[in-house]
Ligand binder design. Structure first.
Ligand code: ZN
Length: 342
Protein backbone atom coordinates (compact mmCIF):
# COMPACT_ATOMS: atom_id res chain seq x y z
CA UNK A 1 0.00 0.00 0.00
CA UNK A 2 1.47 3.41 -0.89
CA UNK A 3 2.26 5.82 1.92
CA UNK A 4 -0.26 8.47 2.85
CA UNK A 5 -3.72 7.53 1.76
CA UNK A 6 -5.80 10.56 0.86
CA UNK A 7 -9.48 11.00 1.68
CA UNK A 8 -12.11 13.64 2.28
CA UNK A 9 -13.72 14.00 5.71
CA UNK A 10 -17.12 13.43 4.11
CA UNK A 11 -19.23 16.10 2.47
CA UNK A 12 -18.73 17.95 -0.81
CA UNK A 13 -20.74 20.84 -2.31
CA UNK A 14 -23.96 20.01 -4.08
CA UNK A 15 -24.18 21.05 -7.75
CA UNK A 16 -26.64 23.89 -8.46
CA UNK A 17 -28.97 21.52 -10.33
CA UNK A 18 -29.28 19.28 -7.27
CA UNK A 19 -29.78 21.75 -4.43
CA UNK A 20 -29.22 25.31 -3.31
CA UNK A 21 -25.50 26.05 -3.31
CA UNK A 22 -23.15 27.17 -0.56
CA UNK A 23 -25.67 26.37 2.18
CA UNK A 24 -25.40 23.92 5.04
CA UNK A 25 -29.11 22.98 4.97
CA UNK A 26 -29.96 23.44 1.24
CA UNK A 27 -33.35 22.89 -0.33
CA UNK A 28 -33.49 20.25 -3.07
CA UNK A 29 -34.21 21.44 -6.63
CA UNK A 30 -36.55 18.54 -7.46
CA UNK A 31 -38.43 15.70 -5.79
CA UNK A 32 -39.44 12.07 -6.25
CA UNK A 33 -37.66 9.92 -8.85
CA UNK A 34 -36.12 13.00 -10.47
CA UNK A 35 -34.42 13.93 -7.19
CA UNK A 36 -33.28 10.34 -6.59
CA UNK A 37 -31.60 10.33 -10.02
CA UNK A 38 -30.10 13.79 -9.52
CA UNK A 39 -28.50 12.66 -6.24
CA UNK A 40 -26.79 9.73 -7.94
CA UNK A 41 -25.72 11.89 -10.88
CA UNK A 42 -24.10 14.33 -8.46
CA UNK A 43 -22.47 11.41 -6.63
CA UNK A 44 -20.89 10.28 -9.91
CA UNK A 45 -19.60 13.80 -10.60
CA UNK A 46 -17.77 13.76 -7.27
CA UNK A 47 -16.53 10.18 -7.50
CA UNK A 48 -14.83 11.15 -10.77
CA UNK A 49 -13.54 14.46 -9.34
CA UNK A 50 -11.94 12.63 -6.41
CA UNK A 51 -10.41 10.02 -8.74
CA UNK A 52 -9.13 12.62 -11.17
CA UNK A 53 -7.59 14.59 -8.32
CA UNK A 54 -5.83 11.36 -7.31
CA UNK A 55 -7.40 10.55 -3.95
CA UNK A 56 -6.93 6.94 -2.83
CA UNK A 57 -10.08 6.56 -0.71
CA UNK A 58 -13.31 7.71 -2.33
CA UNK A 59 -16.55 8.91 -0.73
CA UNK A 60 -20.04 9.74 -1.99
CA UNK A 61 -19.63 13.39 -0.98
CA UNK A 62 -22.89 13.08 0.98
CA UNK A 63 -24.82 14.18 -2.13
CA UNK A 64 -27.92 12.21 -1.09
CA UNK A 65 -28.50 13.82 2.31
CA UNK A 66 -29.60 17.33 3.08
CA UNK A 67 -27.56 17.43 6.28
CA UNK A 68 -25.11 14.99 7.82
CA UNK A 69 -27.34 14.24 10.82
CA UNK A 70 -30.86 14.67 9.51
CA UNK A 71 -30.15 12.54 6.44
CA UNK A 72 -29.96 9.57 8.80
CA UNK A 73 -32.88 10.64 11.00
CA UNK A 74 -35.26 10.74 8.03
CA UNK A 75 -35.29 6.93 8.00
CA UNK A 76 -35.89 6.58 11.74
CA UNK A 77 -39.33 5.81 13.13
CA UNK A 78 -40.22 7.63 16.35
CA UNK A 79 -39.12 11.04 15.11
CA UNK A 80 -41.56 13.84 14.34
CA UNK A 81 -40.29 15.88 11.40
CA UNK A 82 -43.59 17.75 11.03
CA UNK A 83 -43.17 19.76 14.22
CA UNK A 84 -39.58 20.97 14.32
CA UNK A 85 -38.49 23.09 17.25
CA UNK A 86 -35.67 25.57 17.62
CA UNK A 87 -32.82 24.23 19.71
CA UNK A 88 -29.39 25.53 20.66
CA UNK A 89 -26.88 22.93 19.50
CA UNK A 90 -23.20 22.26 20.27
CA UNK A 91 -23.67 23.89 23.68
CA UNK A 92 -25.74 26.75 22.20
CA UNK A 93 -23.14 27.73 19.62
CA UNK A 94 -25.91 28.04 17.09
CA UNK A 95 -29.66 27.59 16.79
CA UNK A 96 -31.24 25.12 14.42
CA UNK A 97 -34.75 23.89 13.70
CA UNK A 98 -34.61 20.25 14.74
CA UNK A 99 -37.08 17.33 14.67
CA UNK A 100 -38.29 15.76 17.91
CA UNK A 101 -37.97 12.21 19.25
CA UNK A 102 -41.51 11.28 20.34
CA UNK A 103 -41.56 7.45 20.48
CA UNK A 104 -39.22 4.42 20.64
CA UNK A 105 -36.65 4.58 17.85
CA UNK A 106 -36.59 2.05 15.05
CA UNK A 107 -35.17 2.03 11.53
CA UNK A 108 -37.84 2.15 8.82
CA UNK A 109 -35.46 0.32 6.50
CA UNK A 110 -32.11 0.92 4.87
CA UNK A 111 -30.90 4.52 5.02
CA UNK A 112 -28.05 4.80 2.55
CA UNK A 113 -28.18 1.66 0.40
CA UNK A 114 -28.72 3.44 -2.94
CA UNK A 115 -25.75 5.78 -2.71
CA UNK A 116 -23.46 3.24 -0.98
CA UNK A 117 -24.04 0.59 -3.66
CA UNK A 118 -23.70 3.24 -6.36
CA UNK A 119 -20.38 4.36 -4.89
CA UNK A 120 -19.15 0.76 -4.71
CA UNK A 121 -20.19 0.12 -8.30
CA UNK A 122 -18.51 3.22 -9.74
CA UNK A 123 -14.99 3.16 -8.37
CA UNK A 124 -12.27 0.56 -8.07
CA UNK A 125 -10.62 2.50 -5.26
CA UNK A 126 -11.35 1.82 -1.61
CA UNK A 127 -14.52 3.53 -0.40
CA UNK A 128 -15.43 5.44 2.74
CA UNK A 129 -18.93 6.15 3.97
CA UNK A 130 -19.95 8.45 6.81
CA UNK A 131 -22.66 8.25 9.45
CA UNK A 132 -23.36 10.70 12.26
CA UNK A 133 -22.13 9.50 15.66
CA UNK A 134 -24.60 8.81 18.48
CA UNK A 135 -23.56 11.72 20.70
CA UNK A 136 -23.75 14.22 17.84
CA UNK A 137 -27.20 12.93 16.85
CA UNK A 138 -28.43 13.37 20.42
CA UNK A 139 -27.14 16.94 20.26
CA UNK A 140 -29.00 17.67 16.99
CA UNK A 141 -32.49 16.41 17.84
CA UNK A 142 -35.00 17.38 20.54
CA UNK A 143 -35.94 14.68 23.06
CA UNK A 144 -39.58 14.41 24.05
CA UNK A 145 -39.44 10.71 24.89
CA UNK A 146 -36.29 9.24 26.47
CA UNK A 147 -35.59 11.96 29.02
CA UNK A 148 -31.97 10.84 29.21
CA UNK A 149 -29.19 11.73 26.75
CA UNK A 150 -27.17 8.57 27.39
CA UNK A 151 -30.14 6.26 26.96
CA UNK A 152 -31.16 8.00 23.77
CA UNK A 153 -27.57 7.91 22.46
CA UNK A 154 -27.40 4.13 22.94
CA UNK A 155 -30.78 3.74 21.24
CA UNK A 156 -29.41 5.63 18.22
CA UNK A 157 -26.16 3.62 18.42
CA UNK A 158 -28.12 0.40 17.88
CA UNK A 159 -29.76 1.81 14.76
CA UNK A 160 -26.43 3.13 13.48
CA UNK A 161 -24.96 -0.32 14.00
CA UNK A 162 -27.69 -1.91 11.87
CA UNK A 163 -27.04 0.51 9.03
CA UNK A 164 -23.24 0.25 9.41
CA UNK A 165 -23.36 -3.56 9.13
CA UNK A 166 -25.49 -3.22 6.01
CA UNK A 167 -23.04 -0.70 4.53
CA UNK A 168 -20.23 -3.16 5.17
CA UNK A 169 -22.26 -5.81 3.34
CA UNK A 170 -22.67 -3.31 0.47
CA UNK A 171 -18.88 -3.41 0.11
CA UNK A 172 -17.88 -0.20 1.87
CA UNK A 173 -14.28 -0.37 3.14
CA UNK A 174 -14.22 2.37 5.78
CA UNK A 175 -17.20 3.37 7.92
CA UNK A 176 -16.72 6.68 9.68
CA UNK A 177 -18.85 8.15 12.44
CA UNK A 178 -18.86 11.94 12.70
CA UNK A 179 -18.65 13.18 16.27
CA UNK A 180 -18.05 16.96 16.35
CA UNK A 181 -19.89 16.89 19.70
CA UNK A 182 -16.82 15.15 21.22
CA UNK A 183 -15.08 18.53 21.00
CA UNK A 184 -17.84 20.28 22.93
CA UNK A 185 -18.93 17.91 25.70
CA UNK A 186 -15.47 16.87 26.73
CA UNK A 187 -16.25 14.98 29.93
CA UNK A 188 -19.29 13.24 28.47
CA UNK A 189 -17.31 12.24 25.39
CA UNK A 190 -14.77 10.46 27.55
CA UNK A 191 -17.29 9.02 30.03
CA UNK A 192 -19.90 7.61 27.60
CA UNK A 193 -19.50 9.07 24.10
CA UNK A 194 -16.74 6.68 23.08
CA UNK A 195 -18.72 3.72 24.49
CA UNK A 196 -21.78 4.72 22.47
CA UNK A 197 -19.54 5.04 19.42
CA UNK A 198 -18.18 1.53 19.99
CA UNK A 199 -21.75 0.26 20.27
CA UNK A 200 -22.44 1.80 16.86
CA UNK A 201 -19.35 0.08 15.43
CA UNK A 202 -19.89 -3.26 17.21
CA UNK A 203 -19.18 -6.35 15.09
CA UNK A 204 -17.84 -4.44 12.09
CA UNK A 205 -14.88 -6.11 10.40
CA UNK A 206 -14.27 -3.31 7.88
CA UNK A 207 -12.14 -0.32 8.89
CA UNK A 208 -13.85 1.91 11.45
CA UNK A 209 -13.22 5.62 11.90
CA UNK A 210 -14.34 8.64 13.86
CA UNK A 211 -14.18 12.26 12.69
CA UNK A 212 -13.85 14.95 15.37
CA UNK A 213 -13.63 18.53 14.24
CA UNK A 214 -14.28 22.17 15.04
CA UNK A 215 -17.10 22.25 12.51
CA UNK A 216 -17.84 23.43 9.01
CA UNK A 217 -16.38 26.75 7.87
CA UNK A 218 -19.54 28.68 8.75
CA UNK A 219 -19.59 31.94 10.69
CA UNK A 220 -20.90 30.50 13.99
CA UNK A 221 -18.00 28.04 14.06
CA UNK A 222 -15.37 30.56 13.01
CA UNK A 223 -16.60 32.94 15.76
CA UNK A 224 -16.53 30.07 18.29
CA UNK A 225 -12.93 29.22 17.38
CA UNK A 226 -11.98 32.83 18.20
CA UNK A 227 -13.03 32.15 21.80
CA UNK A 228 -10.93 29.00 22.23
CA UNK A 229 -7.63 30.76 22.88
CA UNK A 230 -4.17 30.12 21.48
CA UNK A 231 -4.06 26.42 22.25
CA UNK A 232 -6.98 24.13 21.48
CA UNK A 233 -6.61 21.19 23.84
CA UNK A 234 -10.13 19.71 23.50
CA UNK A 235 -8.77 16.56 21.83
CA UNK A 236 -6.65 15.85 24.89
CA UNK A 237 -9.75 14.72 26.81
CA UNK A 238 -11.10 12.20 24.34
CA UNK A 239 -8.00 10.87 22.54
CA UNK A 240 -6.89 8.58 25.41
CA UNK A 241 -10.36 6.99 25.47
CA UNK A 242 -10.26 6.58 21.69
CA UNK A 243 -6.74 5.13 21.82
CA UNK A 244 -8.09 2.47 24.18
CA UNK A 245 -11.14 1.83 21.97
CA UNK A 246 -11.72 -0.55 19.07
CA UNK A 247 -12.07 2.31 16.54
CA UNK A 248 -9.17 2.15 14.08
CA UNK A 249 -8.92 5.62 12.52
CA UNK A 250 -9.31 9.11 13.96
CA UNK A 251 -9.89 12.17 11.77
CA UNK A 252 -8.84 15.51 13.25
CA UNK A 253 -8.25 19.16 12.37
CA UNK A 254 -4.70 20.26 11.87
CA UNK A 255 -3.93 22.94 9.25
CA UNK A 256 -4.65 26.52 10.41
CA UNK A 257 -5.98 25.24 13.73
CA UNK A 258 -4.55 25.90 17.17
CA UNK A 259 -4.48 22.20 18.00
CA UNK A 260 -1.04 21.43 19.48
CA UNK A 261 0.30 18.77 17.08
CA UNK A 262 1.78 16.76 19.94
CA UNK A 263 -1.77 15.76 20.93
CA UNK A 264 -1.68 13.37 17.96
CA UNK A 265 0.82 11.29 19.93
CA UNK A 266 -2.06 10.38 22.27
CA UNK A 267 -3.46 8.26 19.42
CA UNK A 268 -0.63 5.72 19.42
CA UNK A 269 -1.66 2.63 17.47
CA UNK A 270 -4.41 4.36 15.51
CA UNK A 271 -4.45 5.55 11.92
CA UNK A 272 -4.61 9.33 12.08
CA UNK A 273 -6.49 11.22 9.37
CA UNK A 274 -4.69 14.53 9.55
CA UNK A 275 -6.61 17.57 8.33
CA UNK A 276 -4.32 19.18 5.77
CA UNK A 277 -7.04 21.17 3.98
CA UNK A 278 -8.72 24.14 5.67
CA UNK A 279 -12.50 24.25 5.20
CA UNK A 280 -12.89 27.74 6.68
CA UNK A 281 -11.02 29.50 3.89
CA UNK A 282 -11.54 29.64 0.13
CA UNK A 283 -7.81 30.00 -0.38
CA UNK A 284 -6.62 26.81 -2.03
CA UNK A 285 -3.63 25.26 -0.32
CA UNK A 286 -0.47 24.71 -2.31
CA UNK A 287 1.01 21.20 -2.45
CA UNK A 288 3.84 22.63 -0.30
CA UNK A 289 1.35 23.77 2.39
CA UNK A 290 -0.11 20.27 2.47
CA UNK A 291 3.28 18.53 2.49
CA UNK A 292 4.49 20.84 5.30
CA UNK A 293 1.44 19.99 7.40
CA UNK A 294 2.06 16.29 6.83
CA UNK A 295 5.69 16.81 7.87
CA UNK A 296 4.58 18.44 11.13
CA UNK A 297 2.23 15.56 11.85
CA UNK A 298 4.97 13.00 11.10
CA UNK A 299 6.77 14.17 14.22
CA UNK A 300 3.97 12.54 16.21
CA UNK A 301 2.35 9.98 13.89
CA UNK A 302 4.26 7.04 12.34
CA UNK A 303 4.21 7.36 8.55
CA UNK A 304 2.34 4.07 8.02
CA UNK A 305 -0.46 5.43 10.23
CA UNK A 306 -0.83 8.82 8.53
CA UNK A 307 -3.71 9.54 6.16
CA UNK A 308 -4.05 13.01 4.59
CA UNK A 309 -7.58 14.36 4.86
CA UNK A 310 -9.62 17.56 4.95
CA UNK A 311 -10.23 19.31 8.30
CA UNK A 312 -13.98 18.79 7.92
CA UNK A 313 -16.60 18.53 5.18
CA UNK A 314 -16.54 20.90 2.20
CA UNK A 315 -20.34 21.07 1.81
CA UNK A 316 -20.87 24.84 2.22
CA UNK A 317 -18.06 25.81 -0.21
CA UNK A 318 -18.24 26.57 -3.92
CA UNK A 319 -17.74 23.69 -6.28
CA UNK A 320 -14.67 25.24 -7.91
CA UNK A 321 -12.95 25.82 -4.57
CA UNK A 322 -13.72 22.26 -3.44
CA UNK A 323 -12.30 20.83 -6.68
CA UNK A 324 -9.15 22.89 -6.21
CA UNK A 325 -8.81 21.65 -2.64
CA UNK A 326 -9.18 17.99 -3.71
CA UNK A 327 -6.33 18.46 -6.19
CA UNK A 328 -4.20 20.20 -3.55
CA UNK A 329 -4.80 17.33 -1.13
CA UNK A 330 -3.64 14.67 -3.57
CA UNK A 331 -0.73 16.74 -4.93
CA UNK A 332 0.42 17.60 -1.41
CA UNK A 333 0.43 13.97 -0.32
CA UNK A 334 2.37 13.06 -3.47
CA UNK A 335 4.93 15.76 -2.66
CA UNK A 336 5.24 14.49 0.93
CA UNK A 337 5.94 10.97 -0.41
CA UNK A 338 8.61 12.36 -2.77
CA UNK A 339 10.26 14.30 0.04
CA UNK A 340 10.56 11.11 2.09
CA UNK A 341 12.42 9.24 -0.64
CA UNK A 342 14.51 12.25 -1.74
ZN1 ZN B 1 -16.32 17.95 10.66
Amino acid sequence: MPLFDTAIAGSLPKPSWLAETEKLWPQWRSSGPELAQAKLDATLVWIRAQEEAGLTVIGDGEQSRQHFVHGFLEQVEGIDFEHKVEMGIRNDRYKAMVPQVVAPLRLKGRVHSAEARFLRAHTRQRTKFTLPGPMTIVDTVADRFYGDRVKMAFAFAELLNQEARALQADGIDVIQFDEPAFNVYLDEAASWGVQALERAAQGLTCTTAVHICYGYGIKANIDWKQTLGDEWRQYEKVFPALAASSIRQVSLECIHSHVPPELMALLAGKDVMVGVIDVASDAIETPEDVADTIARALQFVPREHLIACTNCGLAPMSRAVAEGKLRALAAGAALARQRLVA
